[in-house]
Design a protein around this ligand. Structure first.
Ligand code: G6P
Length: 358
């Protein structure tokens, strides 16, 4: 096992550090001659798509949440996202031409598989987005797109999620129809930006060393930053057993602020420039109640310098592409909190890598 960890203390840390390569592998095989080509049948299906459904569980669902913002923003196609355990029991209203992306790292999650079967019965065309070749979901879906993450051993998903995101961004660009060379160039830079970010991991480790004993951790953001807040809170609770929650920052006043006090850490994801002012006032509100605030924003952004206790900076890119970077900050924070609390981040209590029974 030590050999398989390649010198890393845990599989989770190894898998976090494998992300630049996994992202690059997932991206590179799909770009030819400066254009995105998924597979002829998938490209053709997406050309006709007028409404998209996305289904998954856990982190896969969060990838879908990011994709909703991204696809609606770039491609102007409506997207409906649901957790599979809800989708399979509700009454999805599907129309001719609907396409569903079924996201599952393992390709074996029971609820996700049940949703896939239901949607197929309803006549929806399905694309499996999975990491495991030959998995049940990959075999039963009409089409399949593989993430090139390589085996993911740690229970908490890291590189599977970021490569799912990369595939969803590629899908968004295909759905967008009019080719945008600047966006594609920015997307192609994400693997090297992820590498740059990982080189600053000690900053996150130091911050975790100061904050890992906080009773409550809230992640907040707007748009894609909100979607990544969901994933960030999940990661932290899964492996550090800290009470962590996430909410759309605009919801702060509708409940969460009642829980904010001196024992609270608030992580504010702030990568949407048009919303910096709104985020800044949310941060002031939690600070006024004694919370500690960490802001995650871009290099060269100084809007939060006077408000935040600490600012972690990610490399500049298109704001809608930041989830593949900001989530790495959360993964590292969760990992170090887990280790500092004496937990085994690879095998968190009560959790399984794949939930194959309901
Ligand atoms: C479990 C895992 C999560 C994962 C979820 C969905 O809860 O611990 O990391 O996101 O299942 O798994 P799947 O294999 O369908 O992506």
């Amino acid at each position: 096992e030590a050999a398989e960890k390649c010198g890393y203390e845990h599989f989770m840390l190894k898998e976090i550090f494998e992300q630049p390569k996994a992202l690059q592998d997932t991206l590179a095989s799909r770009i030819k001659g400066g254009e995105i080509h998924l597979a002829p049948a998938i490209d053709a299906l997406l050309q006709e798509c007028t409404h998209l459904l996305i289904v998954g569980c856990g982190s896969a669902y969060h990838a879908g949440m990011v994709a909703k913002y991204v696809i609606e923003h770039f491609a102007k196609i409506s997207v409906e996202v649901d957790v599979a355990s809800e989708m399979r029991y509700r009454t999805p209203l599907c129309r001719q031409g609907d396409v569903c992306i079924v996201i599952s790292q393992s390709g074996e999650t029971a609820d996700t598989l049940a949703s896939l079967r239901l949607l197929k019965e309803l006549g929806v065309k399905t694309i499996a987005l999975t990491n495991v070749v030959g998995s049940t979901i990959s075999r039963e879906a009409d089409f399949v797109m593989y993430t090139q993450a390589g085996p993911e051993i740690a229970v908490a998903s890291t590189k599977a999620l970021t490569t799912q995101l990369m595939c969803l961004y590629l899908i968004a660009m295909v759905l967008k129809k009019n080719h945008d060379a600047t966006l594609l160039a920015q997307l192609s830079q994400i693997p090297s930006l992820a590498q740059k970010l990982l080189e600053k991991q000690e900053d996150i480790q130091r911050f975790a060393a100061r904050q890992f004993n906080k009773d409550k951790v809230f992640f907040m953001g707007r748009l894609t930053d909100y979607a990544i807040s969901l994933e960030s809170a999940l990661k932290l609770k899964e492996i550090s057993y800290t009470h962590s929650e996430s909410f759309a920052a605009g919801e702060l006043k509708h409940g969460p602020i009642a829980l904010v006090d001196e024992s609270t850490l608030v992580v504010a994801m702030c990568t949407q420039p048009q919303l910096y002012k709104k985020m800044d006032s949310n941060i002031k509100e939690v600070k006024a109640r004694g919370a500690t605030a960490l802001v995650v924003t871009f290099d060269r952004v100084h809007e939060f310098d006077d408000t935040a206790d600490e600012v972690f900076r990610i490399p500049e890119t298109e704001p809608y592409f930041t989830p593949m970077l900001t989530v790495i900050v959360s993964q590292l924070y969760a990992y170090y909190c887990s280790v500092l609390k004496g937990n085994d981040p690879d095998k968190p209590r009560n959790l399984a890598k794949s939930v194959t029974v309901e």
